[in-house]
Design a protein around this ligand. Structure first.
Ligand SMILES: C[S@@+](CC[C@H](N)C(=O)[O-])C[C@H]1O[C@@H](n2cnc3c(N)ncnc32)[C@H](O)[C@@H]1O
Length: 315
């Protein structure tokens, strides 16, 4: 079973109510392999995965400064994907001989398994503990709190510009903040807006790999790719890339035991990727109650990594 009953209802409501297939479902089941291909392609060809990876590798010493006297760290990889994005952090911990546990948290069981397998293969038999949950369902303070034992500390990662894929970014960040203690840190990586570069970014959202990834759920529920037009564009007012499909004919959709018709000409949103500026990211983080400890951008100002901590008292 790909979707739980609750997820089936969420999918039906999203399609009927908002004309949207939530991106998070595309990572489930066999969809995880489609994502793995995209992440590896972006790493190999200088896409955002590579830019973030190199920036993190270059700046990791600074990010680990607050941990200079720490002996044990839980590296909590939020939305872990295939786990590879966290390697620069794990490599530096290993170099410093700091003991770490790798804790991937993700909606996709398959990606959790993949991340654990990859990390174990790369870093020896490091201790891993995976948690499957949906960031949109509330905080997970129980999971994070339980990890702390003795003198260990938590470092959370939210990499791969995943924040930009959520329409309600405040909600996700609030759920993270409410899951953290005031001495935990979170490193977030997002792509910045660079209007001159939109034409360079867009090709990463077009092409076979992206289509295979975004049509996983549509094809599962009865929408054939050939019966749609795939469209990717830049929404200037929302500063986001939008991928959608436009139906060429009436199509019957089946989700669980529910069937309904989508009409010719209907547009279904398949994914968004919001691009930030230093200011919009810092404001968003501060609005939900994080203070920024450290902020660094790639040389071309196309990518930003921000290290934040929950503010103890909000006024
Ligand atoms: C864009 S990928 C990034 C993966 C990885 N961090 C990287 O940089 O390569 C987003 C990841 O977040 C997970 N994810 C997306 N929405 C989620 C949600 N609502 N709750 C939990 N995990 C989610 C996906 O399954 C996927 O692993």
């Amino acid at each position: 079973m790909l979707l739980t009953k609750k997820q089936e209802f969420e999918l039906i409501t999203a399609i009927k109510g908002r004309g949207e297939i939530p991106l998070k479902f595309q990572y489930l089941g066999e969809g995880s392999k489609n994502w793995d291909k995209i992440a590896k392609y972006r790493l190999k060809t200088g896409g955002i995965t590579a830019i973030e990876f190199n920036l993190l590798r270059k700046k990791i010493k600074l990010f680990l400064d607050p941990y200079s006297n720490i002996k044990k760290i839980n590296v909590i990889d939020l939305g872990c994907g295939n786990g590879i994005a966290s390697y620069p952090v794990l490599e530096e911990l290993q170099r410093r001989k700091i003991k770490f546990k790798y804790i991937p948290i993700d909606i996709s069981k398959e990606l959790l398994n993949m991340a654990v397998k990859n990390v174990k293969a790369k870093f020896g038999n490091v201790e891993c503990k995976a948690f499957q949950l949906d960031f949109e369902s509330g905080n997970f303070s129980d999971v994070i709190y339980e990890l702390k034992e003795g003198d260990s500390v938590n470092l959370l990662l939210f990499l791969g510009s995943t924040l930009g894929n959520f329409s309600d970014r405040n909600r996700i960040l609030t759920n993270f903040r409410d899951s953290m203690s005031s001495d935990d840190y979170l490193i977030i990586g997002v792509e910045l807006t660079n209007l001159y570069k939109i034409h360079k970014i867009l090709p990463y959202y077009r092409g076979k790999l992206t289509e295979d990834f975004l049509y996983f759920i549509p094809e599962k529920i009865g929408i054939k790719r050939k019966d749609t037009i795939f469209d990717v564009g830049w929404n200037e007012s929302k500063k986001q890339i939008e991928a959608r499909m436009i139906l060429r004919k009436d199509i019957e959709v089946k989700i669980g035991s529910e069937k309904f018709i989508l009409e010719k000409g209907e547009q279904i949103l398949l994914g968004i990727s919001v691009k930030f500026t230093e200011e919009t990211l810092t404001k968003l983080l501060s609005d939900v109650g994080f203070r920024t400890e450290l902020l660094t951008t790639s040389e071309d100002r196309g990518y930003i990594l921000s290290m934040v901590q929950p503010t103890r008292y909000s006024i």
